[in-house]
Design a protein. Structure first.
Length: 268
């Protein structure tokens, strides 16, 4: 059980429609809460996550934030309809907003513990990679479909994958677009562990409680050291801005053909 005196009612907690937020003692909970869409990302949800991360970052009493979801999916990513007849400039702006969300999660002062279940697609996987510790249910299924939609993987996904699995494995995951189960991701080193679905949030709670036994100074200093080491391994400060790469991908003739072929296929 996390340290503290039970659930905290905080008057200034933001009201964010796509999320469920709470604080229990020294642990915050950021829950993706659009189960009817399998927690698919839209711009409102992206902005809500950024606002929530900034709010938790400012709460000095919060040592750890558990990032989780409601329903049977962690996140199904952007719905394919987001790319049908999409305006290249609008998509590029959306990509830039999403990248800021991921950076804000990664740079949060509290340690982040991800508890991911079910589908974890596209941006959902990148959100998981931005967290410090990662646990998943046995039914986790991950996929990066972006390159098969004719756009480069955004949101700093490539360097974050390279940090975890190396460049050759990252190339395979990004370019082949194959589904990966929880056991595979654990073997790759992306996941710390996997548990039964019904035990996932309890397991994340246990990890958060154990982290809260450490001093705030140690947690924050260690997180800063880990971030510095990861940036040295593979920096997310890309030389080619992602929004420009996506804008080009949206107008490149061959990429358009690839995207039309993919979007024309029936849903599975």
């Amino acid at each position: 059980m996390p340290q503290g005196s039970g659930e905290t009612t905080t008057g200034d907690m933001p009201q964010l429609p796509s999320l469920s937020l709470r604080v229990e003692g020294e642990v915050g909970y950021l829950g993706l809460d659009r189960p009817d869409t399998l927690n698919a990302f839209d711009m409102a949800m992206i902005e809500d996550i950024t606002a929530a991360a900034e709010w938790f970052d400012a709460r000095r009493e919060v040592k750890v934030v558990v990032v989780h979801s409601t329903g049977r999916a962690f996140s199904s990513g952007f719905h394919l309809d987001q790319f049908r007849n999409a305006d290249a400039q609008a998509v590029a702006r959306n990509i830039d907003t999403g990248r800021r969300m991921i950076d804000t999660i990664e740079r949060m002062r509290p340690l982040t513990v991800c508890a991911a279940n079910g589908h974890c697609i596209g941006g959902g996987l990148i959100l998981m990679l931005a967290c410090d510790l990662r646990y998943a249910s046995n039914d986790l299924s991950c996929l990066l479909p972006e390159t098969h939609l004719g756009i480069p993987l955004p949101w700093g996904g490539v360097p974050r994958l390279v940090r975890e699995v190396g460049s050759a494995r990252a190339a395979e995951i990004v370019l082949l677009g194959e589904r990966s189960a929880a056991a595979t991701l654990k073997d790759f080193g992306i996941l710390n562990d996997m548990v039964e679905t019904q035990a996932l949030l309890d397991h994340a709670d246990d990890v958060a409680g154990r982290l809260c036994e450490l001093s705030r100074f140690v947690l924050e200093t260690t997180k800063a050291q880990l971030r510095a080491a990861k940036e040295h391994m593979a920096s997310t400060d890309l030389s080619v801005p992602e929004e420009n790469a996506v804008r080009i991908g949206m107008s490149d003739p061959e990429s358009i053909l690839v995207r039309k072929q993919r979007l024309g296929r029936p849903s599975h």
